[in-house]
Design a protein. Structure first.
Length: 316
């Protein structure tokens, strides 16, 4: 199995609330189309569209639903309880991520209103019934709602995890050999360092032992530590450390002027004066002539399609 073959299969397969793609499945018969999802992310992923409320036969338009304080999903009038039907829905498998409808009692993942017996909101600490089931079953799956994806930092973080998950899934689904895992881990070195240096080293130990333990043990262990590492926020300091690591690997191959310019750009990013895209673009330029194969192979340089135009913000 070659890296090229694995990457060719690494197109994310992403679950999404149907209304976000423009399907008229909302309670009022309308939709909540997200232009980022349909126009920007859509060309680079395969959507798996799903509306749990339609799947349990409610139709559109329909009476609005509420999340009760006891976790039940009920109609606004209180005349129907749809909790059991929602619990019986099969969960989708083989996904690399999921985008949920914000504020939905079925699909929302943050701050959903929970109603008491008096019909009044008790708090806003709930999570949609279907979303809760999916997240509990796949706790490391990249998930977000479309509202939070309006934030540039959260959008970048989710997209990075999405494509990393897909690359790992492509590796695992193939007949990988220990050398393939070694190559995969080496190509993700800077990306993992920017998120979680401790888990990066732990993943390295798993890779080193890949030929001496059962395949399924290695696969499960590496998958868990790799995905957990990417859930850790990549701070500006950790990004700067990863950039300096790259500098240390290639510095002797660069002339004095190029070394000074790269060091200055990394420092400017570390201080918050430049976005990450600036030092990364310089590294990518240096890697483009084929003289720095280790750097050229790093997923850190392009963790998601460049056409998405992310990475131009300064991480908080």
């Amino acid at each position: 199995m070659t890296e090229t073959a694995a990457d060719a299969r690494a197109r994310p397969r992403v679950g999404v609330s149907s209304c976000l793609l423009g399907e008229p499945v909302r309670f009022n018969g309308g939709h909540s189309r997200s232009r980022f999802l349909t126009d920007e992310l859509g060309p680079h992923v395969d959507w798996v569209s799903y509306c749990p409320e339609m799947e349990i036969g409610l139709g559109a338009p329909r009476e609005t639903l509420r999340l009760a304080v006891d976790g039940h999903l009920v109609s606004r009038s209180g005349s129907a309880d749809h909790t059991a039907a929602m619990a019986a829905l099969p969960l989708p498998a083989g996904l690399d991520g999921y985008v949920f409808k914000a504020k939905s009692p079925s699909c929302g993942i943050h701050g959903i209103a929970r109603y008491g017996p008096d019909g009044q909101p008790s708090d806003h600490r709930g999570r949609g019934v279907f979303a809760q089931r999916l997240i509990a079953r796949f706790p490391l799956l990249p998930v977000e709602d479309e509202g939070r994806l309006n934030d540039a930092v959260l959008r970048e973080e989710f997209t990075e995890r999405l494509f990393a998950f897909a690359r790992l899934a492509a590796l695992i689904s193939a007949s990988w050999e220990p050398r393939d895992l070694v190559s995969f881990h080496a190509r993700h070195k800077l990306q993992l360092l920017a998120h979680d240096p401790v888990r990066y080293r732990g993943a390295g130990r798993i890779v080193a032992a890949a030929g001496s333990v059962p395949r399924e043990v290695t696969e499960a262990a590496y998958r868990d530590v790799f995905l957990a590492a990417l859930t850790t926020k990549a701070s500006r300091g950790r990004h700067a450390n990863a950039l300096h690591h790259a500098f240390s690997r290639i510095g002797r191959r660069l002339g004095a002027q190029r070394r000074a310019d790269l060091a200055a750009r990394i420092e400017s990013y570390r201080r918050g004066a430049d976005p990450l895209s600036v030092p990364v673009a310089i590294l990518a330029h240096y890697a483009s002539d084929g003289e720095l194969p280790w750097l050229a192979g790093q997923t850190y340089l392009e963790p998601f399609p460049a056409a998405l135009r992310l990475r131009h913000n300064v991480p908080r």
